[in-house]
Ligand binder design. Structure first.
Ligand code: UTP
Length: 296
């Protein structure tokens, strides 16, 4: 049995430049899809997968994320006195238990790999999950849960992947597929943003990983890669020579909410999927009669 994965790392120290000016003073991870911040979707997914300890790598302007996972006594008292028991119960249910969250700082946004490295002392010598909170999924069970099943079988490192249009490979980190079924095959290589026609597959890495702690040692030796940032892919590339990497082509679909298009689409899809919102939302959309804008 591989060592249990109890800890998840959420890097939330990026600048979110694609979402300016919304992200000038507010973290991208607090943007909401319907009525839940992006970071809440990632945390829910981690908890569904059995994660107990949540590690947030934060930066400037990110205090609000810490507040989001803390108790708000004034709000709770008000909800109580107004008899809004359901909303109160929901808030309390979502609160991580005491002592199960850690916050550390990435003082400068030097890249995702550097953000992960900043969590090394908290994670220690154990495998951990890494979730990029701007990527959220329509998937049941959640993507990390599906990956945990593969981890229990194969151990090592696990990466969630999804198919993209072969014309879009140049926007993604693409993996090379070895032996094994969709739910647990060996990854034999990975390339960052390959040219169309040169990619080994159309399976892209969508922001969910289970990694072994040896990745920290590799990250600490690493110099800045593409875009002057310390990249996680470079470290994984080296680790792949020493340890197994398993790919999971999960059931589900990712929405890249770090981009405006992905974010807007996610809002529509998630709203249409909500029992309490769907009917009203469809009625509003119909009344707008957008067919001309959409077809034209
Ligand atoms: P992104 O590259 O999507 O985020 O990183 P970004 O850099 O904030 O966004 P843009 O491109 O400027 O719009 C994926 C995740 O990694 C975190 C981000 O907060 C995001 O959740 N990240 C990225 C860090 O924590 N530190 C970094 O140095 C870079």
């Amino acid at each position: 049995m591989p060592k249990r994965v109890r800890t998840a790392v959420f890097p939330v120290a990026g600048l979110g430049t694609r979402f300016l000016p919304a992200t000038k003073a507010m973290p991208k991870e607090m943007l909401t899809v319907v009525d839940r911040p992006l970071i809440q979707y990632a945390v829910d997914e981690a908890r569904e997968a059995g994660i107990e300890h949540l590690v947030f790598v934060t930066g400037r302007n990110k205090g609000v994320i810490e507040d989001h996972f803390d108790r708000q006594f004034e709000l709770e008292t008000t909800l109580e006195s107004r008899g809004k028991h359901e909303a109160l119960a929901e808030l309390r249910k979502e609160l991580p238990s005491a002592g199960h969250t850690s916050f550390t700082r990435q003082q400068e946004p030097l890249g995702l790999g550097h953000a992960v490295w900043c969590a090394r002392d908290i994670v220690g010598d154990s495998p951990f999950a890494l979730l990029l909170p701007d990527m959220i999924f329509k998937a049941s069970p959640g993507v990390l849960k599906q990956m945990m099943d593969a981890y229990e079988e194969h151990g090592g490192n696990v990466i969630g992947v999804e198919e993209c249009d072969p014309k879009d490979v140049a926007s993604y980190g693409i993996i090379e597929r070895g032996e094994g079924p969709d739910k647990g095959f060996e990854i034999t290589g990975m390339v960052e943003k390959p040219k169309v026609g040169e990619a080994p597959t159309n399976l892209f890495i969508s922001g969910r990983y289970i990694l072994q702690p040896e990745v920290f040692g590799l990250l600490s030796q690493q110099t800045r890669g593409a875009g002057g940032e310390i990249q996680i892919t470079d470290a994984m590339h080296t680790l792949m020579k020493q340890q197994r990497f398993t790919g999971v082509k999960y059931d589900g679909k990712v929405f890249d909410c770090g981009s405006k298009l992905g974010f807007l689409t996610a809002n529509v899809v998630f709203a249409l999927d909500r029992d309490d919102i769907r009917d009203g939302f469809v009625k509003e959309l119909r009344a707008l009669d957008l067919s001309e804008q959409i077809e034209g």
